[in-house]
Write a protein that binds this ligand. Structure first.
Ligand SMILES: C[S@@+](CC[C@H](N)C(=O)[O-])C[C@H]1O[C@@H](n2cnc3c(N)ncnc32)[C@H](O)[C@@H]1O
Length: 459
């Protein structure tokens, strides 16, 4: 703004300190904002005079030493006057129309007494808000660290044992000190626990990152930051600007098309979906009574985790799982493992083309939210065309609550915006979808997880 160098600045600061005293400088500086234009002009004068003085001292203009100093003092008095005027005006606006002239000192004292608490409180709130903002901005860090340890297999290496980070680094072929720093950070959120210097064991959250437990969340943790998934997030602004799907933009095709052509990615995605389901199954089974149901049809049932759990709970029930052929390959593994192949039929198919499957209950879990209204209605209409009039349709999704409360549905809504082109919906939006596809909303059953069961009856 001003072309003032260090020597000049030093002179100004020293003189200002002498003139005003250190305590009042911040408030005067604040008030100075008012008469900034005048102040700027005076500071230019100061600068010119300082330059004259410096030249004189260097002997370039003999005999002028001291002349500049006199002018400088005069200009600094101007600066002081302007700053004080600005300060008085600032007080004037904040202490409603108090007389200024002659009462300046009194007003200043009053302002200090009355205003101090408020200012402190405001500052505290500001600091809290700033801290919250910084936490939000940094919230990706933990997620990335969890990805890094999951991807490099640390939780499986640790299992139930305590281990020195150096040994872990050697076994996973990692840089020891970097691993230590990451584990130390994750120990603050119960992924690990540092039990003595450099020795860690898995915390309760870290246990979930093992691949050898039924409720493993390992695949989900890895999916989060795998480059092909993350690239959608890199294009968030594209979705924001166009309303279109960032994933499709970067990959040139939709997610499920991409997965068809990338079996490894498909395997990871399907496992990650099963990780989600594992967290939700008990709450769904507790909330919905399937005891009178003879046959359940799970449309887009993925690897079959939910269907398998229902069949296990109700041993006389049969099930049908419809999904894309590539997904059914891994569903078959799970169904065989659980010894359910006798009671569970796997049907390769496309829910966008009409199908005919008999069953008392149709389930669509985490399916409708992947699609636009138009596509969702097309899936629902195909269900309507196949379902018996006495049967029930269960849409199992996260319902967007009204208002500002935090909700996993709101987060997942953005995931679907960026990577799928779908959306999470409010209850009335689901009601609308049902109505548009030949169903009526019968009831909504909330579960202990983020999922709700929206029951539709064909009309
Ligand atoms: C988000 S996953 C949900 C899987 C499962 N219902 C669950 O909750 O874990 C969506 C499923 O829809 C399947 N899917 C996608 N497009 C499909 C289509 N055109 N026809 C049938 N299934 C499809 C995917 O293969 C995947 O299994």
């Amino acid at each position: 703004m001003f072309d003032i160098g260090m020597p000049e600045l030093l002179v100004i600061v020293i003189v200002a300190l002498l003139v005003f005293g250190p305590k009042r400088l911040p408030e005067l500086a604040k008030a100075a904002g008012k008469g900034l234009a005048e102040l700027k002009k005076s500071l230019h004068d100061v600068k010119r005079q300082v330059e004259t003085e410096v030249k004189a001292i260097e002997g370039e203009e003999e005999g002028t030493v001291g002349k500049g100093l006199v002018d400088l003092k005069k200009s600094l008095e101007d600066v002081k006057r302007q700053v004080e005027t600005g300060f008085r005006e600032a007080l004037d606006t904040s202490v409603a129309q108090k007389p200024v002239i002659g009462a300046y000192e009194e007003v200043e004292e009053e302002e200090e007494e009355v205003g101090e608490e408020e200012i402190e409180e405001e500052e505290e709130i500001d600091e809290e808000n700033m801290e919250s903002l910084h936490d939000l901005l940094n919230s990706h860090v933990m997620s990335r660290l969890i990805y890094a340890v999951a991807k490099t297999g640390i939780p499986d290496l640790m299992n139930d044992n305590q281990m020195d980070y150096k040994e872990l680094a050697e076994r996973a072929n990692l840089h020891p000190h970097s691993l230590y720093r990451i584990m130390r950070t994750l120990s603050s959120v119960n992924v690990f626990s540092e039990i003595e210097k450099g020795v860690f064991r898995l915390g309760d959250i870290g246990q979930l990152l093992r691949t050898d437990i039924p409720e493993s969340q390992h695949a989900l943790a890895v999916l989060m930051w795998e480059p092909w998934w993350r690239q959608g997030w890199d294009e968030l602004l594209y979705s924001l600007q166009t309303g279109k799907v960032a994933f499709d933009h970067i990959h040139g095709r939709g997610l499920f098309e991409y997965l068809k052509q990338n079996p490894e990615a498909a395997e990871l995605f399907n496992k990650a979906m099963t990780s989600f389901t594992a967290q939700e199954i008990n709450s769904i089974l507790d909330a919905y009574d399937f005891s009178v149901v003879k046959k359940v049809v799970d449309i887009g049932g993925g690897q079959g985790k939910l269907l398998a759990s229902i069949l296990e709970k109700y041993p006389s029930m049969n099930g049908v799982l419809l999904d894309l052929p590539m997904t059914l390959d891994s569903a078959k593994k799970l169904i065989d493992q659980e010894d359910l192949s006798e009671r569970c039929e796997l049907v390769p198919g496309d829910f966008f083309t009409p199908f005919s499957l008999s069953g008392d209950v149709y389930i669509l879990k985490s399916v409708i939210h992947n699609w636009s209204d138009e596509q969702a209605i097309s899936i629902l209409k195909n269900c309507q065309g196949s379902i018996n009039k006495e049967s029930r349709l269960l849409i199992i999704e996260r319902i967007i609550p009204y208002g500002n409360e935090p909700s996993p549905a709101k987060i997942m809504d953005i995931v679907t915006l960026v990577n799928l082109g779908g959306q999470e919906r409010t209850l009335s939006e689901y009601e609308e979808l049902l109505k548009s596809s030949g169903f009526k909303l019968n009831r909504v059953i909330n579960t202990n997880s983020a999922m709700s069961i929206i029951e539709g009856i064909p009309i």
